[in-house]
Structures are given as structure tokens and as C-alpha cells.
Write a protein that binds this ligand. Structure first.
Ligand SMILES: NC(=O)c1ccc[n+]([C@@H]2O[C@H](COP(=O)([O-])OP(=O)(O)OC[C@H]3O[C@@H](n4cnc5c(N)ncnc54)[C@H](OP(=O)(O)O)[C@@H]3O)[C@@H](O)[C@H]2O)c1
Length: 261
């Protein structure tokens, strides 16, 4: 028996909100390279185009959907367009989020508008996209896989103005456990991965600052920040038959950071 066959996604369809982002593009390419057809969702088609090209280069089919998944009707349309094009939906990977470094304020005076922006980007986006995807999976009757990108900040505080991001990722972790419990009866598994800092174009400037980088590396036992490649094994596990009996879990991918806390 080919033990690796359980990680293949031939015939499966994935929708990836944020699939054109710094992390998303690596994950969509990985899904495509093991056989999944992939719909990439972003507010504009621009960033998704490179991810779609990478999926096609990996030998699969890709669809680009322009939609803002912090709006329920857009999330619904993104899933409907995916099903219309590919005929089914098996997987959603929620890769919309971030923005923490652009919204650092003392907790005692965190601006309400910034709170709403960060929570919408990291939590509401996951809720609406996942609800729409789950409705399609339930209708399809074949079960499904929900995987969200959380952060180590979902379980660790940090002394630098991250209140909204920490709250949103913590809630995403809790919602992951709740949805896993509710949707187990449909054979839909719901999990999350929680990376520490991952080197992407979005954080290049931060990492170029030697003091900032040294501060991060001191906290990570494996002595480096994450690369997008470091997420691929877990994503293929959680999106495939290999994880059929695993649900409601948040896997840290952090070089040992949380092990030290
Ligand atoms: N990078 C890190 O160090 C790191 C570490 C831990 C966790 N994470 C998490 O990983 C996830 C991805 O981060 P990233 O660094 O890849 O972010 P990113 O490069 O900013 O990518 C975000 C993607 O989401 C899309 N997007 C944003 N708002 C959207 C909306 N309302 N509707 C639809 N699409 C939207 C963006 O495309 P458009 O601009 O075209 O909409 C973009 O493709 C986030 O949840 C982040 O919190 C990142």
C-alpha cells in the first residue's frame, strides 16, 4: 500500500480565502501539487493571480474570485462560484488575517475602529467564509476539512499592543473547537495551525531590523523564524484523509516557542 496516498487530494476542491497572500500562495500551491483544484479568494484579483499561476504550474486548475469575506454575502458568493466552477467543495483553508503590526495600541486606550478592523480581518472573515463552506459541504454529503491560520498569539500574550489580534486569534481557536464539535456529525473536521513569525514579504522590513530579529530569535528554541515551507506538512495533513480522526485541534508551528512558556 502506498502510505502517502492518504495525503493526496486528487478530485478534491479547495477554497482558500487569502490564497494570494504571503502564506496563502505557498499553501495553495501545495494543495494544487497534490491534486486539489483550488479557488483563490481576495478582495482584488491582483494578488490572487500569482497564486493561480503557481497552481496551474503545479499541474492543477485554479479559479480566482474577487470577494471581501468580512461580508457574509461575498463569502457566500465566493463559495457558490467555486461550486459552480468545480462541482463540489471539500476543503476550506482560511488564510485571511494579520494586520497586527499595523495596529499596536495600549490595551487601556485601544481605538474602537482599529479593534473592529483587526477582529473583522482575523475572526469575522473566518466565520463567514467557513459558514458558507460548511453549508456547501453539508449539502455535498461527503464531509470536509476546515483549516484556519491562527497564530501563537491566540494563546500567548505579548507586551507590545497586540490586544485586538490576540483576542481575535484566541476567539478563532475557541470557534475552531466549537465548530469541530457541531460539525462532527457531518464528518467535517475543523482545525487550525498557529505559527509564530513566518518570513513573508509582508514582514520583510521588520525582519531587516537586527534588534527586532534578535529579540525574536532569542525566544525561539530552534533559533530561526518560520518559513512558509514549514507550514506545508501540517496543511497537507489537516486537509487530507490522513487527519480523518483529528478535529478541534490547534497545532502550533513555532520552533518550540510555546514549549518554553
Ligand atoms: N506572516 C506571519 O508572520 C504570520 C504569523 C502567524 C500567523 N499569521 C497569519 O497567517 C494568515 C496569513 O498571513 P499573511 O502574512 O499571509 O498575510 P497577507 O500576506 O497580508 O495575506 C492576506 C491575504 O488575505 C487577503 N485578504 C485580506 N483581507 C481580505 C478580505 N476581507 N477578503 C478576502 N481576502 C482578503 C489578501 O488579498 P487582498 O489584499 O487582495 O484582499 C491577501 O491575499 C493571517 O491570518 C495571519 O494572522 C501570519
Amino acid at each position: 500500500m502506498d502510505e502517502l496516498a492518504r495525503f493526496r487530494l486528487d478530485g478534491r476542491v479547495a477554497v482558500v480565502p487569502g490564497g494570494g497572500g504571503g502564506i496563502g500562495i505557498r499553501l495553495t500551491t501545495a494543495l494544487a501539487s497534490v491534486g486539489a483544484r483550488v479557488a483563490i479568494v481576495g478582495r482584488t484579483a491582483g494578488r490572487a493571480a500569482a497564486a493561480a499561476a503557481a497552481c496551474r504550474a503545479a499541474g492543477s486548475e485554479a479559479l480566482i474570485v474577487a470577494a471581501d469575506v468580512t461580508r457574509a454575502e461575498d463569502a457566500e458568493r465566493a463559495v457558490a462560484e467555486t461550486v459552480a466552477r468545480f462541482g463540489r467543495l471539500d476543503i476550506i483553508v482560511n488564510a485571511v488575517g494579520g494586520g497586527a503590526g499595523t495596529a499596536l495600541y495600549p490595551a487601556e486606550s485601544y481605538p474602537v475602529s482599529e479593534w473592529d478592523r483587526i477582529v473583522d480581518l482575523n475572526l469575522r472573515s473566518m466565520l463567514y467564509a467557513t459558514q458558507a463552506a460548511a453549508r456547501a459541504m453539508i449539502a455535498g454529503g461527503r464531509g470536509g476539512r476546515v483549516l484556519s491560520i491562527s497564530s501563537v498569539r491566540g494563546q500567548l500574550g505579548i507586551n507590545s499592543g497586540f490586544a485586538a489580534y490576540v483576542a481575535a486569534k484566541g476567539a478563532l481557536n475557541a470557534l475552531t473547537r466549537q465548530l469541530a464539535t457541531e460539525w462532527a456529525k457531518y464528518a467535517i473536521t475543523v482545525n487550525a495551525i498557529a505559527p509564530t513569525f513566518v518570513a513573508t514579504p509582508q514582514v520583510e522590513d521588520l525582519l531587516a531590523d537586527p534588534v527586532f530579529k534578535e529579540g525574536i530569535l532569542r525566544r525561539i528554541p530552534l533559533g530561526r523564524v518560520g518559513e512558509t515551507d514549514d507550514l506545508v506538512g501540517a496543511v497537507l495533513f489537516f486537509c487530507s484523509d490522513a487527519s480523518a480522526f483529528v478535529t478541534g485541534q490547534v497545532l502550533t508551528i513555532d520552533g518550540g516557542l510555546t514549549a518554553t512558556q
